[in-house]
Ligand binder design. Structure first.
Ligand code: PHE
Length: 446
């Protein structure tokens, strides 16, 4: 789907290809697995409202800012910031923002692969018919059997990482992108089916109120930080992942029209996932604060209860795996692009190198579900700490860097050429990016 230009730099073949790849990057475990459990841990509707505000006020402007940097530089995060800083007579130190992003992506990839591995395990379980007519307690047992066996988790984590790096190093991303065109719409359809099932066998009314009828008094600093972090995570924002994909879009295209559908789809998928999971959570008395196991403990109950549930389950985990895969490829791509464009290593060796580092780091997250479960800091396991530090602090910090760089260092004329033709829209964006978004991030982080 990307073709090299005369200068050797790859480009998406057209706007639709860019939108599909970016949606593939944004929609992933963050929407389907993470959104419901973080919502459950943060009081439901109160979290959802703040999350939506964060997406609108901070997310959209910053997606455009980060993408505009990649789009005008046509380079990897590190070199994009360096070249543009030089061009605008700013300090070379801006490249540290790019470097921070690459580190953040490695950390996220490490635990993302552990959770991606869970999907592989559940796909295998669904295929073997484990969930057929299973009771809620059997479903809970399947989860327990996974997380209490570190070697088993290690196996699935390794397999997921191998699959990601295998695809990248074999250069079959083109084939994957073609598949994404079919798999992603199929995922949306299956989510609708799951919402309908959950409405039939679960407590839909209560779930709906839980998600969309906020308890305002629950809003506190912690919820706001989690909501901001989650907005960044789900949009793949703040670490140079979007910057890299935008660097593959043609220099004469504009970004706004591509960004809006991606953001809408991204939020929609999260809501659908919430509406599929929470009716089951309430009807089958699962604790909303179950944490990372919430989705894996709730959805199989639906597969157990409906006619043809086994194949629905297989299809769901297959599509989930695909969504996770396209996101993990996006997590790795900026690092691989940086290493290979700077000629430190070939694409293939970069892929295996970064895969190994993230895989090794992932073992710490993996063990926090069992052997290291007692290692806690303020009731947070190692997994919680790795996931929330990278998501709630590092991503917003990187996003802040991109916003200030785009808003104050780059010239408005360069930006306008990248973002949109309309002056009204452009200047509204510019001031959101210069003032509102950075202030919001600073206030929340401080
Ligand atoms: N947005 C992806 C998801 O929701 C995760 C991701 C984060 C991907 C950061 C790239 C960069 O699953």
């Amino acid at each position: 789907m990307t073709t090299p230009s005369p200068s050797g730099h790859k480009h998406w073949s057209n706007r639709l290809a860019f939108i599909i790849a970016t949606t593939g990057a944004a929609v992933g475990l963050g929407n389907i697995w993470r959104f419901p459990y973080i919502t459950g841990q943060n009081g439901g509707g109160a979290f959802v409202v703040v999350y939506v505000i964060c997406v609108l006020l901070v997310g959209i402007p910053l997606v455009l800012a980060e993408m505009a940097i990649g789009h005008s530089a046509q380079k990897n995060p590190l070199d994009a910031l360096r070249t543009l800083a030089k061009k605008h007579n700013a300090s070379e130190h801006w490249r540290w923002v790019g470097l921070l992003g690459l580190i953040t992506l490695t950390v996220i990839l490490s635990f993302y692969s552990v959770i991606g591995g869970f999907s592989l395990y559940y796909l295998f379980k669904a295929l073997s018919g484990t969930f057929n007519h299973a009771s809620a307690s059997t479903v809970a047992l399947v989860w327990q059997q996974l997380v209490t066996h570190p070697w088993q988790m290690l196996f699935w984590h390794s397999l997921f990482m191998l699959m990601t790096m295998g695809v990248i190093s074999a250069g079959v991303i083109n084939g994957l992108e073609r598949a994404t065109k079919i798999m992603m719409p199929a995922l949306y359809i299956i989510l609708f089916v799951l919402v309908a099932c959950a409405a039939k066998i679960g407590d839909f009314h209560r779930a709906f109120l839980y998600l969309f009828h906020p308890n305002w008094h629950l809003i506190n600093a912690h919820i706001v930080i989690s909501a901001l972090g989650h907005a960044f995570f789900t949009l793949a924002l703040g670490a140079g992942a979007l910057l890299t994909y935008a660097s593959y879009s043609k220099p004469n295209s504009t970004l706004l029209g591509s960004v809006i559908p991606v953001v809408i789809l991204d939020v929609l998928v999260a809501f659908l996932s919430g509406l599929a999971i929470f009716p089951l959570v309430f009807a089958f008395h699962l604790p909303v604060t179950s944490g990372p196991g919430l989705m894996y403990q709730a959805l199989p109950i639906a597969f157990a209860h409906i006619h043809g549930g086994q194949w629905l389950g297989v299809l769901f985990f297959l599509l989930l795996l695909f969504a996770a895969w396209t996101s993990s490829i996006n997590l790795a791509e900026p690092i691989i692009a940086t290493l290979s464009q700077r000629a430190y290593a070939s694409r293939r060796s970069s892929a295996w190198l970064i895969g190994f580092v993230a895989w090794a780091l992932g073992i710490a997250s993996l063990l926090s579900f069992n052997i290291l479960a007692h290692v806690q800091w303020h009731h947070h396991t190692v997994f919680d700490l790795i996931s929330s530090t990278s998501t709630d602090y590092l991503l917003p910090l990187g996003g802040l860097g991109f916003a200030v760089f785009a808003g104050w260092v780059m010239s408005p004329a360069t930006l306008k050429a990248s973002i949109c033709k309309s002056s009204v829209v452009f200047y509204s964006w510019l001031w959101l990016t210069r003032i509102v978004a950075p202030l919001a991030i600073l206030l929340i982080l401080l």
